[in-house]
Structures are given as structure tokens and as C-alpha cells.
Design a protein around this ligand. Structure first.
Ligand code: HDE
Length: 715
């Protein structure tokens, strides 16, 4: 069956490259792995109908053997992921800064494959865990693969790669009982964090709404480390990479996230899949912050420190191109599971810096593929294959695909006439940036990395009031789950270094006082070092960075938003139709939810197909809810009442036409309406007739967090 996303206009050079590897079984016979047609795939070979199975049954053995070996080790981090194909196009040549081929010509489309992921959970864990999201993009350029291997948060927990195994051991389920799954709210994680003050900036992000995206299509991406661009003249500048989602950045509420995990643990995966299938292709603009080489030491933080960001107010993000995801995978395992990213997959014109986290990563990514994919030939797996042909003297190994023709497998050679030959720079040969290094060999951390709190404070202070409250609630939740009181106390003490208001509010929720911070907090030195050499050096940052708040994200579209329409027999068909058509015209998707499946009849007897019953639907997987006129059939329906209460609690837009308001009056929202307009009824639209304009505007606002100022609904 032809798939919508296989539309020829979405083809590109990488998809052409994958074509011969795709297997289509339509109209084909069943065969063994050797191509032998199978006559009976239902019965094994036996000595008599009731007899023992014969060892000779090579068809049975082949099938079972393959099955036994179907699983490969999951990624040690970022195990849970979702992928899609797409294209990238630069807006105008970036030749001034970089010679990277895919950033030169606005008419060139570069194929990409993207994999989004959570970090801590296992492969089958829920999408809505409070976690960082991986954002990895493989650019199949004419000069070879360039991998952007980033996250949706612009900083990281640690500064040096040597602490990564410790961090991950701490956040993964505890080793004695493998609890909890995909959650940081447990002793070992916070124990490690309480002894690692450099993590405090990232903790602010991880406790914020950034860790609960509404959709993978509505989150930013960051390269985190400072990289280098190098132009054709060999001039280098520093660069930070960004992805900016065109749908804006939006998050769900924590209570909602936990419920989504139960109702649909594939929520993000399904949302991405369905958006692409329906032709609503997700888009991001690629952004760069360019820092001239001579400005390396201009800022109150070190450009090599991955726990720091460069505020956009200091160095604006230049949007240089756009990525569109326009095709789902044909096979999850072959593509999303086997894709292998590596920050060391570079093209000429892009290079590393000495960020000690990045330097460690450069070792890890090939090494991990060897255990995960099992062979140094993982680059030959179709999804990993470069579209630029590969010629070298690497040979053999498990599962080798390429048939290297000829007698020579070494360089230099004469028997192969000297080929494959080295490429000059002018011919696209890669050379590393000739950075001057004149240093002592030491195991130490630079003093310029030792300011752990200033940017954590900057982040917290840049959040809107509801966002700050969410951080406070998140910390109360996480720390409230700890069994060891001393860990909780150390963290609250450390929070006081970020913001005394934050620490006091978290402490209040935990029913404790803010403890004194015992110096030194810092554990970033070896056994023989002198802690005095590693004292914090807070430096003046800017006071606020509006770009850090999701409240300032664009709110101008309802494209792909999921709207629930609640109805029962006797609904006013016109009231339902007018709203539905307006929502669809603005790119939203509607589902009719009723007390039972099948169909309902409107007041005039017309049949309306039901998309979901209250049993299979849940308010948490919708963005907004509409009650058309003629809601009599729902007034004593507890599920409908709960649906509205929960939508209200999660601060979503709610609209009711005509006597649809009777249903609202049955809910917790009813008494609020009687009190008149105010924070408590923000985003609740009641009226008679066509309410679509106001409702669409309200849905585009995403959430009315101001409702949280008052009491919360018992949903
Ligand atoms: Fe990774 N990381 N990482 N990481 N990372 C992996 O590679 C590692 C870090 C990121 O969808 C692994 O193929 C070390 C930062 C993403 O397939 C592994 C350190 C950032 C993905 C690994 C870091 C990332 C990975 C596991 C500290 C954001 C998923 C499987 C020095 C800039 C890619 C794999 C995908 C995956 C190591 C820190 C992003 C083990 C040692 C910082 C998006 O190699």
C-alpha cells in the first residue's frame, strides 16, 4: 500500500540510496533466508503427526535462531527514541564563516535523519518522563556525514567526560532493585548532584517545563559545546548551534505528564509519526551564534565550559537555514534503532574546541557502537551509509558488506596505482584546525570553570512566575521522593546559592528549614589538590535573558493541535460542525468523543461517527476541549465532567456554545464562571453561536497558567 509519506516529492539522495535495501513483500512468496520458497510455515517437521520434532527441520531452526538473536543491546543512554527523515536547506551562503559544503548554496537540499530521545529510561520507557531530550541530526552531505548530536537543553550536568559514567549510574534505576524507571526522583541521582555543584545550572533546566515538551516538534535543540567554523581562507571563529521550532516551544504540566505516561506512553512518538503522515511536516530553523576568535575571553564564563550558555541577548542567534521532517521510517529497527551518531563525524569547515566534555565524547560514540551494533562495519548499515562513496584500506570484520576489488589494501601502494589517494585541501581533504597548544600535561580543571551558580540564577530569574512555580513544584516533588534526608538538605542548601526565594519555597513545601551551606561545595579536584585553589568565582552575568523563558515563545498557530469535542445523542449538529470546520481550516485536528463508540445522532437525526469513547480517550492527550450546544446527554456523565475538570486543571482552552455551558456548570469551573472574568476563567470561552475566533486564539496561547494562582482542581 502506498504510504502518504512516500510521496515522490519527498525523495532525496539518501532515500534513493536506501531504495535497493528496502524489502517489499507484496505479491511475493515466503522464502527462507537462502531464498528457498516455503510450503508450510505453520507446522514443524515431525516424526508422525504427533511425533517428536526432527532436528533436520532446517526451516524451523533458521526461523528460531534468527528470532533468538533479534535483540541488540539498547543504547546505554538515550535508549528510547523516535526518528524521521527530512531535508535541510541553508538560507544564504555561510562562506564568510565556514567552507562546509552544505552551508554554501541555498538551492541545495541536504538529506537528514533525525532521532529524538529521552536519556535515562530504557527502550520501552514512557515518552513523558521528566528528562532531557536528545536531538541528533545526521546530515548526509556531499562531503560525507556531519552529525549534530545535541540535546533540547543548552548546557550539561558536568564539565568533564570522566564524570559521565558516574552521572549516568546515579540517574539510572538504582542497581540493587532497578527502581525507578525513567525518573530522576531518587536518592542516587540527587546524592551525586548534591556533591556536584557544577550541575546546578542544568538542574534548573531539567526541573523546568523544558523537560516536559508538549511535542518533540515543539522543542529547541542545542549543540551545547562551542564548536569552530573555518572558512576557505583558514580563518576560524567559534560557533554555538541551535534549532528553533517553527511551532514555538510548549510544555505540558507535570500532573499531566504523569497521566499521559499511563494513558499513552508513546505520546511523543505517535505525535511525531502522525504529524508527518498527515503532511504537517515539523520544521526547525538552524541557528548559529558566532563568536570571533579574538572574543574568546570576553565573557564572564569560559566558552569551553559546557555548563554555560551564551545569552542570546549578548550574541544573537542568526537563523541560517531550515530543516523539514517529511518522511517516517519504513522500519523502526533498521533505521531508528541502528542509526549511529557521533559528534566526531565532521565535514571540512567545522571543527571541535577543547571543551573537556566534547573531547571525551569523541572517544565514546564509536566505542559504544562496537558493543551495540557489534562490528566496526556499522557505517555500512544503510541508515549510516554516507552518500559520498567510501574508499579506504579498512578491511574485513563482522558483517562486511562492501566487496573491495583489487590487490592492494594499504597506502602507499603501487599495485593499485596509488589509489585510493589522499585529497588536497582544495579537493575537499579534511584538515584539523591548527590550534596552538602550549601547555603542561595536568589532571585539573580550569579556574574559569568554577562559577557554578551565576547562570543557574540567570535562568531562574528569567522565567515567568508560572515557570518559576513549576521549577519549585518539580524540586518539591523530586526531593520529596528521597529516602535520605541528608541528601535533601544538601540540595536545598545548594539551591540557596541559586536563589534564596527558590530555596525557601522548596524548603517550605518539604516542611523543612533552609540549611546552612557548608563550604567548600566543590568536589572537582583530585585527592591531593588544595580546595582553596578551586574556590568559586561568581562573575556578573546579565540580570535576565528573555530568550530563556518559554513564555516568550511565539503563540500564533494552532496547527496540529488536538481538540476534543464532547457530545452525545441530541447534540446541536450545526454548533458542532461550525466549530469543527473552523478548527480544521486552521490546521488543528478534532476528535468527537462520546459516551460510546460507533456513532451518535444529532438533534435532527443525522448520524455523526464517534472517534473515541470516554473509555479510550483522556483529556491529557488533547490541547483543548469544546462542548457544542445540545449537551443534555452529557450532564450526568461523570467522565465528561472529569474531562472538563482535568482540562481546566491543566490550564487548557475550554469553549462551550449555548446550553453546552450547562455541562461546564456541572464541573468545578461552573462556580468560577459565576464570579465573572478573571485569572480563574482565563481561556474559558462561553457564548452563543460561532465562538471559533476566540477559541482559536485561546488554543494558540497553549496554556493559561495564571489559573494556577488560585486553588487546584481535584482532577
Ligand atoms: Fe551522549 N552518548 N554522551 N551526550 N548522546 C550517547 O552514543 C556520551 C552528551 C547525545 O539518538 C551514546 O550511540 C558521553 C552531551 C545524544 O542515537 C554514548 C558524554 C550531549 C545521544 C554517549 C555524553 C549528548 C547520545 C549512547 C559525556 C548533548 C543519542 C548511544 C562526555 C550535546 C544519539 C550512542 C542517538 C548518545 C556518550 C554527553 C547527546 C554512550 C561519554 C553533552 C542526543 O556514546
Amino acid at each position: 500500500m502506498a504510504k502518504k509519506n512516500n510521496n515522490p516529492q519527498n525523495l532525496n539522495k539518501k532515500l534513493d540510496d536506501l531504495a535497493p535495501d528496502r524489502e517489499h513483500s507484496a505479491n511475493e512468496f515466503l522464502t527462507t533466508d537462502q531464498g528457498l520458497r516455503i510450503n508450510d510455515d505453520t507446522n514443524s517437521l515431525k516424526a508422525g503427526e504427533r511425533g517428536a520434532t526432527l532436528l533436520e527441520d532446517f526451516i524451523l531452526r533458521e526461523k528460531i535462531t534468527h528470532f533468538d538473536h533479534e535483540r541488540i543491546p539498547e543504547r546505554i543512554v538515550h535508549a528510547r527514541g523516535s526518528g524521521a527523515h527530512g531535508v535541510f536547506q541553508v538560507y544564504e551562503s555561510m562562506a564568510k564563516y565556514t567552507k562546509a559544503g552544505f552551508l554554501q548554496d541555498p538551492s541545495v537540499q541536504t538529506p537528514v535523519f533525525v532521532r529524538f530521545s529521552t536519556v535515562a529510561g530504557f527502550r520501552g520507557s514512557t515518552d513523558l518522563a521528566r528528562d532531557v531530550r536528545g536531538f541528533a541530526v545526521k546530515f548526509y552531505t556531499e562531503e560525507g556525514n556531519f552529525d549534530f548530536v545535541g540535546n533540547n537543553i543548552p548546557v550539561f550536568f558536568i564539565q568533564d567526560a570522566i564524570k559521565f559514567p558516574d552521572l549516568i549510574h546515579a540517574v539510572k534505576p538504582e542497581p540493587h532493585n532497578e527502581i525507578p524507571q525513567a525518573a530522576s526522583a531518587h536518592d542516587t541521582f540527587w546524592d551525586f548532584i548534591s556533591l556536584t555543584p557544577e550541575s546546578m545550572h542544568m538542574i534548573m533546566w531539567a526541573m523546568s517545563d523544558r523537560a516536559l515538551p508538549r511535542s518533540l516538534r515543539m522543542m529547541e535543540g542545542f549543540g551545547i559545546h562551542t564548536f569552530r567554523f573555518i572558512n576557505a581562507e583558514g580563518k576560524s571563529c567559534f560557533v554555538k548551534f541551535h534549532w528553533k521550532p517553527l511551532l514555538g516551544m510548549h510544555a505540558v504540566a507535570w500532573d499531566e505528564a504523569q497521566k499521559i505516561s499511563g494513558k499513552n506512553s508513546d505520546f511523543h512518538r505517535q505525535d511525531l509519526w502522525e504529524a508527518i503522515e498527515s503532511g504537517a511536516f515539523p520544521e526547525w530553523e538552524f541557528g548559529v551564534q558566532i563568536i570571533p576568535e579574538e572574543d574568546e575571553h570576553k565573557y564572564p564564563f569560559d566558552l569551553l565550559d559546557p555548563t554555560k550558555l551564551i545569552p542570546e541577548e549578548l550574541v544573537p542567534v542568526m537563523r541560517i537555514g531550515k530543516m523539514t521532517l517529511n518522511r517516517n521510517v519504513d522500519n523502526f529497527f533498521a533505521e531508528t534503532e541502528q542509526v549511529a551518531f557521533h559528534p566526531g563525524h565532521l565535514v571540512p569547515g567545522i571543527d571541535f574546541t577543547n571543551d573537556p566534555l566534547l573531547q571525551g565524547r569523541l572517544f565514546s560514540y564509536t566505542d559504544t557502537q562496537l558493543s551495540r551494533l557489534g562490528s566496526p562495519n556499522f557505517h555500512e548499515i544503510p541508515i549510516n551509509r554516507s552518500i559520498n562513496p567510501i574508499h579506504n584500506n579498512q578491511r574485513d570484520g563482522h558483517m562486511r558488506q562492501q566487496i573491495n576489488v583489487g590487490k592492494s589494501s594499504y597506502h602507499p601502494n603501487t599495485v593499485g596505482a596509488g589509489f585510493p589517494q589522499q585529497a588536497r585541501i582544495a579537493e575537499g581533504g579534511f584538515t584539523s584546525y591548527e590550534e596552538r597548544i602550549d601547555a603542561r600535561k595536568v589532571r585539573a580543571r580550569s579556574k574559569s570553570f568554577m562559577d557554578f551558580f551565576s547562570q543557574a540564577t540567570l535562568f531562574f530569574n528569567s522565567q515567568s512566575e508560572p515557570e518559576q512555580n513549576h521549577i519549585i513544584d518539580a524540586l518539591r516533588f523530586e526531593l520529596g521522593k528521597l529516602e535520605t534526608v541528608a541528601i535533601r538538605e544538601r540540595i536545598v542548601g545548594m539551591l540557596a546559592k541559586v536563589s534564596t526565594v527558590l530555596a525557601a519555597k522548596v524548603a517550605e513545601g518539604l516542611g523543612m528549614a533552609v540549611p546552612e551551606v557548608k563550604e567548600p561545595l566543590n568536589h572537582n579536584y583530585g585527592a591531593d589538590a588544595n580546595p582553596a585553589d578551586y574556590q568559586d568565582q561568581p562573575k556578573k552575568q546579565i540580570d535576565k535573558s528573555p530568550a530563556l523563558s518559554m513564555a516568550n515563545s511565539p503563540k500564533d498557530t494552532i496547527k496540529t493541535r488536538q481538540i476534543a469535542i464532547l457530545a452525545a445523542d441530541g447534540v446541536d449538529g450545526a454548533s458542532l460542525k461550525t466549530m469543527k470546520e473552523a478548527l480544521l481550516a486552521h490546521g488543528a485536528q478534532c476528535k468527537l468523543i462520546a459516551p460510546h463508540g460507533g456513532a451518535i445522532k444529532d438533534a435532527k437525526g443525522s448520524v455523526l461517527p464517534v472517534d473515541m469513547s470516554f473509555l479510550t480517550a483522556a483529556s491529557v492527550v488533547f490541547d483543548a476541549v469544546y462542548v457544542p450546544a445540545g449537551a443534555k446527554g452529557l450532564l450526568d456523565n461523570a467522565d465528561a465532567i472529569h474531562f472538563i475538570n482535568e482540562s481546566y486543571r491543566h490550564c487548557k482552552a475550554i469553549a462551550a456554545d449555548g446550553d453546552g455551558v450547562d455541562l461546564i456548570n456541572e464541573t468545578y469551573v461552573g462556580p468560577k464562571l459565576k464570579k465573572g472574568k478573571g485569572d480563574a476563567t482565563a481561556g474559558v470561552i462561553i457564548g452563543k453561536g460561532d465562538l471559533s475566533k476566540d477559541f482559536i486564539h485561546a488554543i494558540a496561547q497553549h496554556r493559561f497558567w495564571e489559573r494556577e494562582k488560585k486553588d487546584k482542581v481535584p482532577a
